[in-house]
Design a binder for this molecule. Structure first.
Ligand SMILES: NC(=O)c1ccc[n+]([C@@H]2O[C@H](COP(=O)([O-])OP(=O)(O)OC[C@H]3O[C@@H](n4cnc5c(N)ncnc54)[C@H](OP(=O)(O)O)[C@@H]3O)[C@@H](O)[C@H]2O)c1
Length: 356
């Protein structure tokens, strides 16, 4: 069965997802019986291509490095003057894969793309934190009303299967809290600071490795982590956070050196911890640098790795660690979400984890 995908955003994540669709084409067909077909790619500055019979994804990826790559011969015949909004509103596709930039407040183009697709009964998979952090309940309701689904594995911990593990595997239990290291840039910088590096030099190294953005303030001021905590509170604890202002947020840009020294003396490690606790239907969320002793599950998280400890009423603490960013790693989150939409065949198949 052909599954037509409209891809909005073709940066790191869009590219990673596309490469995986090519790499895993045969396995997806064999195990899931589906043939994913990208029918449109929309960007902010390179234009939009659209063809309901499918786009040559390999060719698009080859040309991606070039300026105005969508205008290059070989794919330029698919270039359209139709806007991304119009393609979402009237195009022929089954799933919207949304991976544009995160805007503070969650409003803007991404929210409008997601709303339009769900209103048409098209399922949406997204890695964009903004719309989910600020409009999760509204969007879920819209999806349900229109017989569509909204999946967002990549919004927290990239492709590390946090939501699929907890929503499926822990569905018979109740989650009352979480503690997470959810921003790889901060974790990487904190490791360097604790080894005696200066903040500016540590930040530069994070940027050189491609972990931190040119404008790193969302990461180092704790905002990115707070958005992820808002998502966790709503999705895992069914406890909406009224606004980001309700979260106690302290980043890592002005860490007191005395605090680092104290931690070092006690053999502790400072991590930027997002903590959530559910109390009488409300949640209390904080994001702050926190010293952890070696017996804490999040103590040993090297470099840019992310980790989370969930408190479940049945199983106690459950710890999950893994990638928190990266083109391929986050592209994999979109692939997981896509396959979840067709997942029932897969879950009960004995060959689900075959060697392919
Ligand atoms: N990268 C990661 O490791 C990672 C991890 C987890 C979550 N995420 C989230 O995933 C999303 C994508 O991340 P990314 O790293 O791929 O970002 P990116 O490299 O900056 O790519 C963003 C893409 O979105 C396009 N775009 C921006 N605004 C648009 C609009 N209004 N309409 C259509 N296209 C638009 C951009 O077009 P142009 O190419 O023309 O600029 C670009 O192709 C973000 O929300 C990010 O927070 C990323």
């Amino acid at each position: 069965m052909k599954v037509k995908i409209l891809l909005i955003g073709f940066g790191n994540v869009g590219k990673g997802f596309s490469s995986l669709l090519i790499e895993k084409k045969e396995m997806i067909r064999e195990r899931f019986g589906i043939d994913p077909l990208i029918v449109g790619i929309c960007t902010r500055s390179s234009g939009n291509i659209y063809d309901p019979s499918g786009i040559d994804l390999k060719r698009v990826l080859e040309l991606k490095g070039e300026n105005n790559f969508l205008s290059t011969p070989g794919i330029s015949d698919r270039l359209t003057s139709v806007s991304a909004d119009e393609i979402v509103n009237s195009g022929d596709f089954d799933v919207l894969a949304e991976c544009t930039i995160t805007e503070m407040g969650g409003k803007g183009s991404a929210l409008s793309y997601i709303r339009s697709a769900l209103t048409r009964g098209k399922s949406v998979i997204t890695t964009n934190k903004g719309p989910i952090a600020f409009f999760y309940k509204d969007l879920q309701l819209l999806a349900e009303t229109n017989g569509a689904r909204l999946l967002f594995e990549g919004t927290v911990m990239a492709g590390t299967p946090l939501f699929s593990t907890s929503l499926l595997g822990l569905s018979g239990s109740s989650i009352s809290g979480f503690e997470g290291v959810l921003n790889g840039t901060c974790n990487f910088i904190l490791d360097l600071l604790q080894n005696g590096e200066e903040f500016e030099k540590a930040l530069k190294q994070a940027q050189q490795r491609g972990y931190a953005e040119a404008d790193p303030s969302m990461d180092i001021e704790g905002i990115d982590t707070a958005l992820k905590a808002m998502i966790l509170s709503q999705v895992l604890m069914n406890s909406p956070v009224p606004d980001i202002g309700a979260i106690e947020i302290k980043g890592i840009s002005d860490l007191d050196p005395a605090c680092l020294n104290r931690a070092r003396e006690k053999n502790e490690r400072i991590r930027l911890i997002a903590k959530g606790e559910r109390m009488n239907g409300d949640s209390r969320i904080s994001v702050k640098p926190t010293p952890l002793s070696p017996d804490h599950p999040l103590y040993y998280l090297p470099g840019a790795v992310n980790g989370i400890v969930l408190s479940s009423d049945v199983l106690g603490s459950i710890c999950l660690t893994g990638a928190g960013a990266g083109s391929r790693e986050t592209g994999f989150a979109l692939l997981q979400d896509l396959l979840s939409l067709w997942g029932d065949n897969f879950r009960f198949s004995s060959s689900a984890f075959s060697s392919k």
